[in-house]
Design a protein around this ligand. Structure first.
Ligand SMILES: *Cc1c(COP(=O)(O)O)cnc(C)c1O
Length: 428
């Protein structure tokens, strides 16, 4: 949407966009928290997505089947628990651009990163290093540093953190190329985000996988902030592996079950892995034999029988995504974020800078804002907004993240935020 097509001085214009929005009805499928009796302007789907109305019934079904069937629910439930994870596989694969055999819902994000690194980070003296972005999400940094140490190498030396090359903290493809040119010979693994959590910068997965592979490294992606936010094409990217959580844009509830991807070419790998009975070939799993025979594909990395009470909300949520369709969601998302960006520029430009890339292809829905007057004022603004039911999130040292998600955010939410922020600065 071009700037000229937007009226940045009229709430009416925002309301008209909402009235015309073909996805507007999806908002009614969510439970929007209230503040003083009025629905919040919730911009925090990047941190904890809101609850779909269908979640309750999905959980209730499983509670009832457990109540009525006991152990028989594994086979006779309305959604038998034994193959339950298959109920999410198709929609999950669709969301991340993978084949069904390449994805699995299991564990939590950091656990999956570790399990996949067990197989795909195989350092040796010549090639001990892992490359990540400086300022990576702390859990990812802890995970890779501990993997390096676990193999007897030194994170001080063998964890390479590529710093930003813009003041706002974004990283250019040319600097990624440079570090891989200079140090690629000793890099065993590149672990990179699909969308960087603090800056909101989106990366070209295919290009990064290609660069990493050319340097002789394995390439894995952390899609925590990408899945359900931007189109992802994991299979075509040729990534070796990927992992993501489901409680952010995927709206599956706090701490809910994560996802993992292993590229088809590793489906039958004899790389080492940490094994558990649920990763054993399904056909013979219940012979309870002593030797591990992995299921082909991503399912071979499962350890335990999955938590049905975590899969049920994921199933309910993925059905919403499937009906809305990611292409339509992305189209609305680009319009919403462009509108938010333009509003901030027009009304708050003197007070706030946006550190997220302005190129729509290099971001998802999130805009990361920095208050020019510094951290104290930034905190005060953040608190003032929260006090009016306008919910973003704060990332130290000085970033406010605002993420209008196309499933339940409206143009008028963006208006409400910018209007309140302007009042904060102008009338103090
Ligand atoms: C949210 C997030 C996590 C959280 O990890 P959990 O294991 O789900 O607690 C990890 N890494 C990134 C990049 C994230 O955005």
């Amino acid at each position: 949407m071009s700037l000229a097509a937007m009226n940045l001085n009229s709430e009416q214009w925002a309301l008209e966009q909402d009235a015309r929005d073909e996805l507007a009805a999806f908002r009614d499928e969510f439970l929007i928290p209230k503040h003083d009796g009025r629905e919040q302007a919730y911009f925090c789907g990047n941190s904890l997505g809101l609850q779909p109305r269908s979640t309750w019934a999905a959980l209730q079904t499983e509670l009832e089947d457990w109540r009525d069937l006991g152990v028989e629910g594994h086979f006779r439930g309305r959604n038998p628990w034994m193959p339950y994870h298959e109920l999410v596989r198709k929609h999950l694969a669709e969301l991340v651009g993978a084949q069904e055999s390449e994805v699995v819902a299991m564990n939590s994000l950091t656990v999956n990163l570790h399990l996949l690194m067990v197989s795909f980070y195989r350092p040796n003296k010549e090639r001990p290093a892992i490359l990540i972005e400086a300022g990576a999400f702390p859990s990812d940094r802890y995970a890779v540093a501990s993997q390096i140490a676990f193999h007897g190498f030194d994170p001080e030396r063998d964890l390479i953190e590529l710093g930003p090359d813009s003041e706002g903290g974004t990283v250019s493809m040319s600097s990624l190329k440079r570090v891989l040119m200079q140090q690629g010979h000793r890099i065993a693994l590149v672990l990179w985000p699909g969308v960087q959590y603090r800056t909101g910068q989106r990366f070209d997965l295919r290009q990064i996988a290609d660069l990493g592979h050319r340097a002789g490294a394995m390439v894995g992606f952390d899609l925590a902030h990408a899945v359900g936010n931007v189109p992802v094409d994991l299979h075509a990217s040729q990534a070796d592996f990927a992992a993501w959580c489901s409680y952010k844009y995927l709206n599956s509830g706090p701490g809910s079950i994560a996802g993992a991807f292993v590229h088809e070419r590793h489906a039958q790998t004899d790389r080492p892995r940490f094994a558990g009975w649920w990763g054993h070939d399904q056909a013979t799993r219940f012979r309870m034999g002593p030797n591990f025979q992995p299921s082909p594909g991503a399912e071979g990395w499962q350890l335990s029988n999955p938590p049905i009470f975590a899969l049920a909300p994921l199933k309910a949520s993925l059905e919403v995504f499937h009906r809305a369709g990611l292409p339509r969601l992305r189209a609305k998302s680009m319009r919403l974020t462009a509108y938010l960006e333009a509003l901030v520029g027009a009304h708050l430009g003197a007070f706030i800078e946006i550190i997220t890339p302005s190129d729509p292809e290099q971001r998802g829905c999130q805009l990361s804002l920095r208050v020019r007057a510094g951290r104290e004022t930034g905190r005060a603004l953040f608190d003032a907004l929260a006090g009016q039911g306008i919910i973003g999130d704060w990332r130290e040292p000085d970033v406010i993240r605002m993420s209008p998600t196309p499933l339940y955010n409206r143009f008028s939410d963006c208006w409400r935020f910018v209007n309140a922020a302007r009042d904060f600065f102008v009338s103090g």
